[in-house]
Design a protein around this ligand. Structure first.
Ligand code: FAD
Length: 386
């Protein structure tokens, strides 16, 4: 085995993947400068990102386990053992994920997980997280990173380090690769947006719906889902087309929204006391699939996580996939060799998988919003179980 590479490296973006990657690199002996454009979410109120909670599955847990972090994460997670389907009328239908309760996914707070990973990274003594540091450009020629310090207003250039781009779906690091001759890629915005709503805890912090399920209100071209939170609340996400007869554009008054929820989601409406205020004041999120290549330039830079392969959230695998990136990179670093060889092999191993899961995530949107509510699908699931 060749000597491990022990340089100081720069990681751009202290989101879920950048924080986890820094932990893996620190364990290998690297000193990590982690640049994050937001303020420190552990000290100031900042928007933690694109969803309040998310589902972590075996793939993501495996990545945490390698660093001894899985047990602590699971203490804050709520197992979801199946889907609970809410039809427009009639009884709820429960669809277990597996043959027994051991097969489940877990609902976890994004903000808690991000803060937990950042604190664990700093605790290694090898990761220096610098907040309010916005990367605007990577010049691949000299390998120069342009960083705006939003705390002081100063702009500086950093050179001479390997740069990992974990700065999400609108990655500034990826923009440098997009300028390379031969770069090919697509960015497809989904025709649906999403809005987060909250079902508060019941009296004494109780759950007002089944705690251990991912709740789905499938309605054909749109749907509502809800994941449980530790405090007894549920975070609901309403996925709707941007335009059309039932869309964010058409639900433009409290009266229309109220009538829509009465007809489609009456049980949810009864549990969301601030529906009107939340719907009209909270931002509407967009979703994108990013496919492109290369993810790397020589031994200078590599993309991981959403920066490399943003996917729509319907498979609950975006973060899980990004966490798996970190495990694969770590395995390759263990084998040794130059950064360039490691990065080339990483892309070879991960690109096909990332493209496949991106397509499956779009397909699963159709299954979730449509087929899960179809009696034939429910019958098929029942037969599969037997
Ligand atoms: P991000 O989370 O986007 O983090 C990027 C970080 O980089 C941020 O901290 C950002 O502030 C910082 N940054 C950005 N630009 C710069 C810059 N120029 N300079 C410095 N810093 C910068 N995935 C799952 O696995 N399970 C789920 O259940 C799930 N649910 C989802 C629900 C919704 C509604 C959405 C939208 C996504 C969901 N995902 C889920 C996907 C998941 O959110 C992403 O895959 C995951 O956040 C990717 O992590 P990341 O660190 O690569 O990118």
């Amino acid at each position: 085995m060749s000597e491990p590479l022990k340089d100081t490296v720069t990681v751009v973006g202290a989101g879920l993947v950048g924080s986890l990657l820094s932990l893996y690199l620190a364990r290998r002996g690297h000193t990590v400068e982690l640049l994050e454009r937001r303020a420190d979410m552990r000290r100031e109120t900042v928007d933690a990102g694109r969803s309040i909670n998310l589902a972590i599955s075996t793939r993501g847990l495996h990545a945490l386990r390698q660093l001894g972090l899985e047990d602590e994460a699971l203490k804050h997670a709520i197992p979801m053992r199946g889907r609970m389907i809410h039809p427009p009328q009639g009884a709820l239908v429960y669809q277990p994920y597996g043959k027994d309760d051991s097969q489940h996914i877990n609902s976890l707070s994004r903000a808690w997980l991000n803060a937990f990973l950042m604190t664990a990274a700093e605790a290694t003594g090898k990761v220096n997280i610098r907040f309010k540091q916005r990367v605007t450009q990577l010049d691949l020629g000299p390998g120069a990173l342009t960083v705006h310090d939003d705390a002081t207003g100063q702009v500086r250039q950093e050179t001479g380090r390997v740069v990992f781009g974990t700065d999400g779906s609108a990655s500034a690091v990826r923009q440098a690769l997009e300028k390379l001759p031969g770069y090919t890629g697509t960015q497809e915005q989904l025709g649906h947006g999403y809005k987060e709503l909250t079902i508060p805890p019941g009296p004494g912090g109780t759950f007002q719906m089944e705690k251990h399920a991912l709740h789905i209100w499938p309605r054909g071209t749109y749907m509502l889902i809800a994941l449980p939170n530790e405090d007894g609340s549920f975070t609901c996400t309403l996925f709707l087309p941007w335009q059309g007869p039932v869309s964010f554009a058409s639900l433009d008054t409290p009266e229309r929204l109220s009538a829509f929820f009465d007809a489609q989601f009456p049980d949810a409406k009864a549990l969301i006391p601030d529906l009107m205020e939340a719907f009209f004041s909270r931002p509407t999120g967009s979703m994108v699939t990013v496919k492109g290549a290369p993810w790397r330039a020589g031994g200078l830079t590599l993309l991981l996580g959403d920066a490399a392969h943003a996917i729509v959230p319907f498979f609950g695998q975006g973060m899980n996939c990004g966490f798996e990136d970190c495990v694969v990179l770590d395995t390759l670093l263990e084998r040794g060799g130059s950064w360039e060889n490691v990065f080339t092999e990483f892309e070879r191993l991960r690109k096909t998988n990332a493209d496949a899961i991106a397509d499956m995530a779009v397909e699963n949107f159709v299954e979730m919003r449509d087929s899960t509510g179809d009696p034939r699908f429910q019958l098929r699931k029942a037969v599969e179980k037997v």
